[in-house]
Design a binder for this molecule. Sequence first.
Ligand SMILES: Cc1ncc(COP(=O)(O)O)c(C=O)c1O
Length: 395
Amino acid sequence: MPSVSSRADSIAPSPIRKLYAAVARQRDVRFLELNIGQPDVPTPVELTAALASYKPPVIAYGPALGTPACREAAAGYYDRWSKGVTASNVVVTTGGSEALLFAFAAVCDPGDQILVPEPFYANYLGFARMVGASIVGVRARLEDGFALPSDEALQAALTPQTRALLFSNPGNPTGAVYPASELARAAAFCRRNNLFLISDEVYRRIWFDEEPPSALSLAGCEDLVLVVDSLSKTWSACGARIGFLISRNGDVLDRVGRMAQARLCPQPMAQEMAVAAFALPDSFYEEMRLVWRGRRDAMANALMAIPGVVAPIPTGAFYAMVGLPVDDADAFALYLVERFRYRGESVLVAPGSGFYRDPVDGQREIRLAAVLDVARIERAVSLIGRALAAYPGAM
Ligand SMILES: Cc1ncc(COP(=O)(O)O)c(C=O)c1O
């Protein structure tokens, strides 16, 4: 029998999905799912209407970089934060995921490294592995709200193989927002060390205190910056599989363009949804943020009521990284699935270990996603409190 390559050997199963085997074995229990970032917020009707009106005689390939209408609409949207962005700066991709893969492949050769504040979105590990690069984590701390690590800490992680600094802002899994001053510090660090800055902005419109700036707006950094965006979260259209890579660096765009041609094109019908999304009025974003703010508040307040729990209040995205009074959060997550029941319900959470390079660093944390309505979030978090009170491994 021919043997497979070793490329995927070190890609761990998704931390979020790995409890599902145990979930599948359970009977007579309803799970409140706070474990995955799949919002239950309805997709705006403008997007579904755009999809429904797509009725060509032939569903043909589109242009490799995206349809002109979609790229123009995206450029008009980004021009609001960064004057002068044009369609030529925008590549439409199959989700933010493909934009990340293209970004990594465009800036890294095999053996190269990407610095990422840790904890981080677990799939970065897989994308890096696919292109033969690796992720080097730089610890951010729950105690200081997962702020961007200091220049000294970033510097200490540098090697001759480092090619880029990457983060999601607002952060998954942390819910932290890097303000303009921190973004400028990150950019200055990249400039000093000749690194690209890959800014994953798929949650950028979901913020509660201070609007996170786009890295596209960093003056004098046009050659460094690659921005990743997506239709998935802001417009609640995860299944549309439309994302964007935006850059002003001609070499990056050239490399990404070659890769984009090799995979032919992003799906034209889904790009119709993106055109509709970018035409939505500002009131859409305000209302969307209010929904997420209500959920953030509900989650933060309910967490505060649980003894021994430490959780920075998220200032963006829809996640919270939560420190628990247990010494093995993986075991606690499994306890919720297999043992704990209250009035026929339990909760699914994502163990924190999957968001760190070394699982031990996250062994007392879980990540919650506020993807249910307020009443169910309150109920789910109160169930976590009840479960901790009953849990034999609680400290
Ligand atoms: C930080 C971050 N980046 C990128 C993605 C990928 O999003 P998509 O491929 O659905 O656009 C996700 C999805 O959860 C995410 O959380």
